[in-house]
Design a protein around this ligand. Structure first.
Ligand code: ADP
Ligand code: MG
Length: 447
């Protein structure tokens, strides 16, 4: 029987293999089990971002790993315990040997060497982003500055950003890759300990400034202000800036207008869902990298059933590999179906959500007509349902903004982007809206 601590260490061990070093260090490394009782565990995390991140990005993986280690846990919760983490952070800032240069990880530690252009599969979904990424490596600071790559979770943004980093390192360029949350934390502590000039200097010396998941900067005014200055300094020194986000700049709620226009001043490229062929090619590459092989019907089964998230596709592959090792014999397609039934069920559930279903549930919920959603009318009681429809098509099924505009009465994509930002923003302060959306989502997934 494992102690909670051993259990969590086992989970972290597995996660460490699946996420980048930077992500692991920022979000996961110091988390621990706070409580464990009645088939339920509570995990302590340092801040809201870590909580959100674990809940949205890692919950499924964590549950699966825990299920594999012990079938005994039914519920996992994440709670924010800043006090428990503050001490660690202070210790690291106050250490006599710790300077700002320690805060920013050295060149060879914050990039995952395995994310390269070589093993990035190019398909229709990421062609533009891939081409732009290559262009900034061969022509830093000129052609596309900044390069802004956006797309849904697990679709290859971090891989591409790190590929830029790896390629730049090969060319002896200096680079900084940071998840935006790490960057912001460092900036805040530099401000607090009056080291902001050192901090800026550090970044000024770099050829490539790569910042991942910039959407987390949203809403923090002081931080945005400071970031704006750093951005300008680097930009006017012709340093290459690369940013990623889960949505385009316009749709980042409460992002300062001048930052939006800065981000829009360069090149914006999106990554959407890969088609079947691309998914299959990716899964084959991953399989070879891991030194395993599965039959074509198993690979097709994976590519067929997991469509929305490459990370999940890779997670499924990892489960199959783990099972093969455990059983010490090749697995069949039937075994694979059985091993992956939870993952696949969730995906099937998600696939059952379509734009049409969203529309139907919204008109039913607000007691309006389908045609009310597509008319030009600006009546308040129609505008809100329409915006919620747009928001859900993006958030739940990741439709592209142009496609959403098209579905809802042939509107321009900027209308869809605006609606998305509006609802996200509103959700932060409007309890009633939050409740409505929860109810709508319940119907969406359970009807
Ligand atoms: P994001 O940052 O968009 O959430 P990641 O870059 O972390 O997604 O990608 C998730 C996983 O999927 C990574 O293991 C990555 O290598 C893999 N992946 C995504 N797209 C591709 C691709 N086009 N070719 C190869 N691997 C990919
Ligand atoms: Mg990422």
């Amino acid at each position: 029987m494992l102690t909670p601590d051993q259990l969590w260490q086992a989970v972290l061990g597995e996660l460490e293999l699946t996420v980048s070093k930077a992500h692991f260090v920022t979000w996961l490394k110091n988390t621990f089990i706070l409580e464990s009782a009645d088939k339920r565990i509570v995990v302590a995390v340092p801040h809201t971002f870590a909580k959100e991140w674990l809940e949205t990005k890692f919950h499924k993986t964590i549950s699966l790993i825990i299920q594999n280690v012990t079938g005994d846990i039914k519920e996992i919760k994440y709670v924010i315990q800043p006090d428990q983490f503050k001490k660690q952070a202070l210790d690291s800032v106050n250490k006599p040997t710790s300077t700002v240069s320690d805060i920013v990880a050295p060149q060879d530690t914050n990039i995952n060497r395995s994310y390269t252009f070589d093993n990035f599969i190019v398909g229709g979904n990421n062609e533009l982003a891939h081409a732009a990424a290559q262009a900034v490596v061969s022509n830093p600071g000129s052609a596309y500055n900044p390069l802004f790559i956006y797309g849904g979770v697990g679709l290859g943004k971090t891989h591409l950003l790190q590929a830029i980093g790896n390629e730049a390192i090969k060319q002896n360029k200096s680079i900084r890759y940071v998840p935006s949350e790490t960057f912001l934390d460092e900036m805040v502590s530099s401000l607090k300990y009056h080291k902001i000039d050192d901090f800026k200097q550090k970044y000024r010396q770099t050829d490539f400034f790569i910042i991942d998941d910039i959407q987390f900067i949203s809403g923090k005014e002081k931080t945005q202000e400071e970031f704006f200055h750093i951005f300008n300094t680097l930009y006017s020194a012709n340093k290459q800036i690369v940013l990623s986000s889960d949505r385009p700049p316009r749709a980042i709620a409460t992002l300062e207008e001048r930052l939006k226009s800065r981000f829009e001043g360069g090149m914006i490229a999106d990554i959407s869902f890969p088609d079947f062929e691309t998914r299959l090619a990716i899964i084959k590459t991953k399989m070879e990298q891991k030194g395993h092989s599965f039959s074509d019907d198993i690979l097709s089964f994976l590519a067929d059933n997991i469509q929305n998230n490459i990370r999940e596709l890779e997670g499924a592959l990892n489960s199959l590999i783990a099972n093969t090792l455990l059983r010490n014999k090749e697995i069949t397609i039937e075994d694979a179906k059985d091993i992956l039934k939870n993952i696949i069920n969730n995906n099937v559930k998600q696939q059952s959500v379509t734009p049409k279903k969203i529309v139907n549930i919204i008109v039913e919920f607000f007691d309006i007509d389908v045609k009310d959603l597509t008319t030009r009318s600006r009546k308040k009681e129609l505008v809100l349902p329409r915006q919620i429809a747009m928001y859900l098509m993006r958030k739940e099924i990741n439709y592209s903004f142009p496609a959403i505009g098209e579905i809802l009465g042939g509107r321009d994509h900027t209308t869809a982007i605006h609606a998305f930002g509006k609802i996200e923003n509103e959700l932060e302060k409007n309890e009633g809206l939050r409740r409505d959306i929860v109810l709508i989502k319940e119907r969406l997934y359970n009807q």
